[in-house]
Ligand binder design. Structure first.
Ligand code: GLY
Length: 355
């Protein structure tokens, strides 16, 4: 079976890798660079506790499935690519902003999730200033999403996939009511199945109602005398993610519908930095080392689109919104099975729900 994938983010690469392993011939067309877009701009959190608190049931199940798959997926991908993903299960600390938030956290504290007071919180993260304590999730993880994009690219190519960067799909051709080829300015790629996994840019092709949601992130570097926090820290409407192998702390993120604009703004930089300094006052002495923005792909109901479209042979993997890195292993497995006709679409994620 010949599959053409539009988009070499972690979703397109992951699904392509799984399809190659299943014996398909896979070509990926990428408008820019592999592993770019939201895959590059993300902070890499596998934040089941922090970001899926209000998630509806099918999304929660997908997140938990992905979370369970991550260790094995990372080990397999590291072996296949020879690259480390820097998977770090150092936990996450969610700090309460006020008594009401603390009460909500207390209601969530079960299993390994436990409430910590200010002193416990500071024992986990000595950089913290005054705080009300919050929720401690000891095994929450994060990966280096840029390393993930590189590793998936290597694994995909080593497995025999074809990848064309700087080659945007401009049209999906149909024959007899079926997707049969993808056209770019440079060529025509015949396919038995076409998958759109183009993140925020998926909306530029028909039938796919996805909007870009801008997120800005900054990176701070400590003075030589200071250590990075061990866990991920959430509070003051920001998250702080350590990247120990790069010696920096990521602070994100804004959430804004601003079309396809990815320019970093002074206002976002100052807001992110001030919020992080409220959490950890000594960050005032840290150096701003980077600042960027990415576009999260969001569907009208906030749930992913995973499955067939109204056109036979045309599939979508999109709308991952804030959880694209977390979902990677589950989407790779489920979409490969769907394209191969080995599984059924989950109704809540069916892209045809917007038809
Ligand atoms: N998952 C991180 C973000 O959306 O900012």
């Amino acid at each position: 079976m010949k599959v053409v994938i539009i988009g070499a983010g972690v979703a397109g690469l992951g699904i392509g890798w799984r399809l190659l392993q299943a014996g398909c011939a896979v070509t990926i067309l990428e408008r820019a660079q592999a592993g770019g877009g939201a895959s590059w701009a993300a902070a890499g959190m596998l934040a089941v506790t922090a970001e899926l608190e209000d998630a509806a049931e099918p999304e929660r199940t997908l997140a938990l499935r992905a979370s369970a798959l991550w260790p094995g997926f990372a080990a397999e991908l590291e072996a296949a690519s020879g690259r480390s993903l820097f998977l770090n299960a150092g936990g996450a600390l969610l700090l309460a902003g006020d008594g009401a938030e603390l009460a909500v956290m207390q209601a969530r504290a079960e299993g390994e999730l436990r409430i910590v007071d200010a002193a416990d919180a500071r024992a986990q993260v000595p950089l913290l200033g005054d705080n009300l304590g919050g929720l401690w999730s000891p095994h929450e993880s994060h990966v280096d999403n840029r390393a993930l994009g590189e590793a998936l690219t290597i694994a995909f190519l080593k497995a025999g996939g074809l990848l064309y960067p700087n080659e945007a799909a401009v049209r999906i051709e149909e024959r007899g009511g079926r997707a049969s080829a993808v056209l770019t300015p440079y060529g025509r790629y015949d396919a038995d199945a076409v998958l759109v996994a183009a993140g925020a840019w998926s909306s530029l092709l028909d039938q796919i109602p996805i909007v870009p949601v801008k997120g800005e992130v900054i990176a701070l570097m400590p003075p030589t005398s200071a250590a990075l926090p061990g866990p991920v820290v959430w509070g003051e409407h920001v998250y702080c993610v350590p990247r120990p192998h790069l010696g920096r702390l990521l602070v994100g993120a804004t959430v804004e519908e601003a079309g396809f604009d990815t320019s970093p703004t002074v206002a976002a930089r100052d807001h992110l930095r001030a919020s992080a300094e409220k959490l950890m006052p000594s960050l005032r002495g840290w150096t701003l080392s980077d600042h960027w923005a990415g576009l999260r792909p969001k569907s009208p109901d906030g749930l992913p689109l995973l499955g067939p479209t109204a056109t036979a042979g045309l599939f979508v993997a999109g709308g991952q919104y804030r959880n694209g890195i977390l979902f990677t292993p589950a989407i790779a497995a489920e979409m490969a099975d769907l394209i191969l006709g080995k599984s059924q679409v989950i109704p809540a994620f069916d892209p045809r729900r917007f038809a």
